[in-house]
Design a protein around this ligand. Structure first.
Ligand code: FES
Length: 124
């Protein structure tokens, strides 16, 4: 399956949960792509990063969400970068460091597009 097909599949799965036009970093916590505890640890790392930045006085307009299978199912942990009005990008083999970078990438995308998620940042 191509990257575009995987992204479309992930977008179709996450869109109903997120609602229209909400930006988020979404992680699969099903256990086919990676052990669930590994994926959960990556989610915790992303949420901790958002909390650390918030505590340091930054406001990151990023939601970190967990989801069941995103339809990729290989080379996890899998994350989906969901810009407010943009196309979903699927990222494979996400570890803690990559999760932090993905949070920053989403913040940059939102800033570049002049968008806000409209939601408060997620606390750990
Ligand atoms: S089990 Fe993680 S993407 Fe399907």
């Amino acid at each position: 399956m191509s990257g575009k097909k995987k992204a479309k599949k992930a977008q179709a799965r996450v869109a109903p949960k997120l609602g229209d036009g909400e930006a988020a970093l979404v992680f699969c916590v099903d256990n086919k792509c990676a052990p669930r505890e590994v994926s959960r640890a990556v989610v915790d790392e992303a949420r901790t990063y958002v909390s650390e930045q918030t505590a340091a006085g930054r406001t990151l307009p990023v939601r970190v969400e967990v989801f069941g299978c995103l339809g990729v199912c290989k080379k996890g942990p899998i994350a989906a970068l969901v810009p407010k009005d943009g196309k979903v990008k699927v990222k494979k083999k996400v570890d803690g460091a990559k999760a932090r970078k993905l949070v920053e990438r989403l913040v940059t995308k939102l800033a570049d597009a002049g968008q806000q998620s409209g939601l408060p940042p997620v606390a750990a």
